[in-house]
Design a protein. Structure first.
Length: 326
């Protein structure tokens, strides 16, 4: 591997299993570390590297691209990255960090970032977040235009999904606020039947988007153009992305499945005022939010990392080294 220069900015390896949600968390945290600490980001696809269990247990790294600079920090998200992360945990001068509740003792790595709904106790090496980290940046100003964004998921282990109920709530909102323009997007979990019904709503005021046709930054761009966002609660990542934007956000109403930690996490966001219930749709459409400060956990997590490992005393905060884009 290439050797870091003494004056280099922090070098961070991002280990991904390429699942969209996990990659999104890595992008969100990596982007803030790049902005706040001048970090250089290097993506490594864990699926491209075979790591036997014995290498993970003994912390013996596999062969990697020799062009990679030595890391100061290795961040992993997704269970598919665990073996690779553990095999790298004794690399000289490198810290290791897992984003999620790991399937191994937390003491095996240097740090963990875990959402509160996983009900893990905070300690010096663990940061507990409200919801999940994402790539959205809070907006400095919310648009005055009556533009609303509807984000719909699909069947999940956490809520009782019903196409008819969701479609009824969508059409109710549109009917209640006839002067608004609406952008409606499903997801990979949205049924073909519901997608077809949504398509029939398309018109001068209603745009229905196929998620398969959107680019990676489509959500950020659409959020920035919205004055209100409505999200089905089955996707914690979608809920957190909307809440992070600072745009007034409401949740479609679906019954929770008992014992779901994700459902409990969504309920925490409601109770703390980051998102509103379906019954509060007048508040959301009226432009009111429950918080002066949006939920920006990527920024808070980056600051926590910097304070722990990249403080000025480490000499790792200088900027200017070539960086990669997520």
């Amino acid at each position: 591997m290439a050797t870091n220069k003494a004056s280099a900015a922090p070098v961070i390896w991002l280990l991904t299993d390429n699942k969209p949600g996990h990659r999104n968390q890595l992008r969100g945290l990596g982007n803030r570390l790049r902005v706040k600490a001048g970090a250089s980001l290097f993506w490594i696809n864990a699926h491209d590297i075979s790591v036997p269990v014995w290498r993970a247990l003994l912390a013996i790294p596999p062969a990697l691209d020799k062009a990679l600079p030595n890391p100061d920090l290795i961040i992993a998200a997704g269970s598919g990255t665990h073996r690779l992360l553990l095999s790298l945990r004794r690399l000289r001068n490198a810290k290791t960090l897992i984003i999620m509740k790991p399937g191994f003792p937390r003491s095996w790595v240097d740090g963990s970032i875990i959402p509160a709904h996983d009900e893990i106790g905070q300690n010096r090496s663990t940061l507990i977040t409200e919801g999940v980290i994402n790539t959205v940046t809070p907006l400095a100003r919310i648009t005055d235009k009556p533009e609303a964004l509807l984000l719909l998921g699909g069947p999940s282990p956490h809520f009782e999904w019903d196409d008819d109920v969701v479609f009824g709530q969508v059409t109710h909102l549109i009917g209640e606020y006839p002067q608004w323009r609406w952008t409606i997007s499903g997801s990979r979990r949205t049924s073909e039947a519901l997608r077809a019904r949504l398509e029939e709503l398309s018109g001068p005021r209603i745009t229905v988007v196929n998620p398969d046709d959107t680019h990676e930054d489509w959500l950020n761009h659409r959020v920035a153009a919205s004055r209100a966002i409505w999200v089905t609660p089955d996707s914690m990542s979608m809920v957190c992305e909307a809440a992070t934007s600072g745009v007034p956000t409401g949740l479609f109403q679906l019954p929770e499945r008992s014992g779901s930690r994700v459902a409990s996490g969504v309920q925490r966001l409601v109770e703390t005022g980051y998102v509103a219930r379906w019954s509060d749709h007048a508040t959301v459409m009226g432009g009111k939010t429950g918080h002066e400060k949006p939920l920006w956990e990527a920024d808070r997590a980056a600051q926590w990392i910097i304070q722990r490992w990249f403080s000025p005393a480490t000499g790792k905060k200088q900027k200017g080294q070539k960086r990669t884009n997520a």
